[in-house]
Design a protein around this ligand. Structure first.
Ligand code: 13P
Ligand code: SF4
Length: 377
């Protein structure tokens, strides 16, 4: 395994981290929803308190309906740790299952029904690539204390790297607190991997003019010296689901539904967040709709499955997708097929663990320290 240059961590490119994909057996393909529902219920009854099923807000209806808890990425990890269950079956993407494994006890096992569920944005900041950039940027600013902060949407090795370099993890709800902490501790922040969340946070802190972007794929981009001159350095990663929203979508909603309010995820571009009435994590979005009065109209700018759930869960509110038909689902989240869920549960009943997500102990310890730093704020 390759070793990092600036931290005492061995790591691997994300492409190879979860390449032990266990394919769904032929007999599980094409189950009807009725049969699947019966078999999942039977397996859950058999496993009882030994298993807990967690579903991220972006999972499809057929997963969310079988979940014991539905929520945002951070909240689900905490629920995993608080659950007494020996097995945590995570309906989400690989970085979320890793976070759950880091937070849960040694006697708990986290399973991801399909290993192909990998968030593309997390893969845009490979720990090895960040390590190389860190060497360049810190060399260019030898007198500055740079504090790395990574978003929850990153792999465990990057969280571990941040811990080793004195940094922390943040979520979309507390990014501004973590930035403030980092700027108290040092002179500059390197934020990974989501440039939009980073830019939105810098604006909230009145630091819009202090930003520079580091594009690891563009040799003609800003040099390390230029980037290191800024107080907030943003890695050039993004979520393609949220980047799709534009300020024109908000304008169109305001024209078509003058009574509507707009809520978006902070992974959206700056101009979209600025034009919206509320911006926050998937839990904030859910709570906003829960708190709406009957008859209110809310346009929601996030992954389409959550928009559809909110329409089903709150028929008294008029929930509309921010960009109509063009709103996207997340192709990583979509990999968690309900047939895989059936298979993983029935295999557990048979005493076999499939698709276990296990972060190496040293990496897990460091990543946990970076998450605990965030919790202490
Ligand atoms: P939350 O942490 O708000 O649930 O968001 C996770 C995510 O993947 C957003 O794209
Ligand atoms: Fe990753 Fe975007 Fe999917 Fe969230 S919606 S899991 S950030 S690709």
């Amino acid at each position: 395994m390759p070793k990092m240059e600036t931290a005492d961590i061995e790591t691997e490119l994300s492409l190879f981290k979860y390449d032990d994909v266990e394919q769904l057996p032929e007999t599980y393909r094409g189950l009807s929803e009725e049969e699947r529902t019966e078999r999942i219920a039977a397996a859950k009854a058999e496993l009882g308190d030994d298993v807990v099923i967690l579903g991220h807000n972006y999972q499809r209806r057929e997963i969310v309906e079988h979940a014991d808890s539905v929520g945002d990425s951070y909240q689900l990890s905490v629920e995993a740790a608080e659950a007494d269950a020996e097995y945590v079956v995570f309906g989400g993407v690989t970085f979320m299952a890793e976070s759950a494994d880091i937070i849960t006890g040694d006697d708990q096992t986290v399973l991801l029904p399909s290993m192909e569920a990998s968030c593309p944005m997390a893969g845009m900041a490979e720990a090895l690539q960040v390590d190389a950039a860190w060497a360049e940027i810190t060399d260019a600013a030898p007198d500055a204390e740079i504090v790395p902060v990574t978003y929850m949407n990153s792999y465990a090795d990057l969280k571990a790297f941040c811990a080793e370099q004195g940094g922390a993890v943040c979520t979309s709800s507390n990014a501004h607190d973590v930035f403030e902490w980092a700027l108290d501790r040092g002179d500059k922040v390197l934020f990974l991997p989501d440039k939009h969340l980073g830019e939105n946070t810098a604006h909230r802190l009145g630091m819009a003019d202090e930003i520079a972007e580091w594009d690891p794929w563009d040799p003609a981009g800003k040099s390390a010296a230029e980037v290191a001159a800024a107080d907030i350095v943003l890695w050039d990663g993004y979520c393609q689901v949220h980047e799709r929203f534009g300020a024109d979508h908000v304008e169109r909603i305001r024209d078509d539904h003058p009574e509507a309010e707009v809520v978006v995820h902070p992974e959206c571009r700056r101009e979209v967040v600025e034009a919206a009435d509320v911006a926050g994590s998937t839990s904030t979005i859910t709570r906003t709709i829960e708190a709406a009065d009957p008859g209110e109209t809310w346009a929601v700018g996030t992954e389409i499955h959550l928009v559809n759930h909110l329409q089903r869960w709150h028929p008294e509110v008029n929930v509309v997708p921010l960009c109509g038909e063009a709103c996207m689902d997340c192709n990583a989240m979509r990999q968690i097929d309900p047939n895989y869920l059936t298979w993983v549960l029935e295999e557990l009943v048979a005493g076999r663990e499939r698709n276990v997500v296990e972060v190496p102990p040293r990496e897990a310890k460091l990543a946990n320290a970076a998450m605990e730093r965030m919790l202490e704020l």
